[in-house]
Design a protein around this ligand. Sequence first.
Ligand code: SF4
Length: 327
Amino acid sequence: MPPLADRHGRRFPYLRLSITPACNFRCRYCLPHGYHAEAGSAGPLTLDEIARLLRGFAELGMQKLRITGGEPGVRRDLVEVLRTAAAAPGLKKLAMTTNGTLLSRRLHAWMDAGLNAINVSVDSLDRAAFARITGHDRLDDILHGVDMALDAELPAVKLNAVLLRGVNDNELPRWLDYLRDHAVGLRFIELMQTGDNLAFFRDHHVRAEALAGELRERGWQALPRALDDGPAREYTHPDYAGRIGIIAPYAKDFCAGCNRLRVTATGDLRLCLFGEFGIPLRKYLARDDQLPDLVRAIGGQIGRKEQGHFLHQGRTGITPHLASTGG
Ligand code: SF4
């Protein structure tokens, strides 16, 4: 089944599924006051609901799945979720984004369950700066987990660093030292405005594109993009084991290559990270025989997907913070 396509000629083989809005970190650009469950909010999708959801997206050509949160590691049944996800028909890549707090302890259980790609949030290689950004002094243990993933030859190991003016935007030399002998894909992610972070955004936003120029000056070469690649513009250099990707959502044509849909932890389909609405799918996940209704419900919405986001107009849609949709 070819992946779903929208009216702008884009195809969507890539699903990002949040399995919990909860997180054990309190990153300043996302959940500066930590996670607090909303009173009366529905619990996250159960294993059975997740299995039914993924069968629906498999019918619609899903090839890549990313498990996100909040922090997926706070879900006690994460290994069962990964095993359920890995069983989705037609799935080629099962990835997860994590803050790494459980990585060194749980990596092998996750890999045994079918995980074959991981993105770990490491916003700084400076221990004190890392603790200031995340609220936790855990850098050393997390980097140890990253080394374990490389030693275990996990097919794809990436690090996500959100660029913050005056906080970590002076760390390129340090990162280059690290990438000389660490075969990871480092992603520099431009800070995005969300519903809750306007003041922080104004104080710390810096355009990621400027970094691309600096990399080119240092001899880094841009790589072509694959159909199910994430939004990063990737660069390599013969003297470095690692690669660098730049995610610049404010760049011109950023959304032209959009290839992903999202589902929140409570089962709402999001056509765009900064979309103005969510489509509840949970009512189609109660029984196996609802599969045709689920497929119709998802397929019937793709026509509403906008050409791109409206972040330049300061419109952040219904996304209060990235933990609510899994980024
Ligand atoms: S902002 Fe929306 S349209 Fe643009 S790439 Fe992200 S999800 Fe796609």
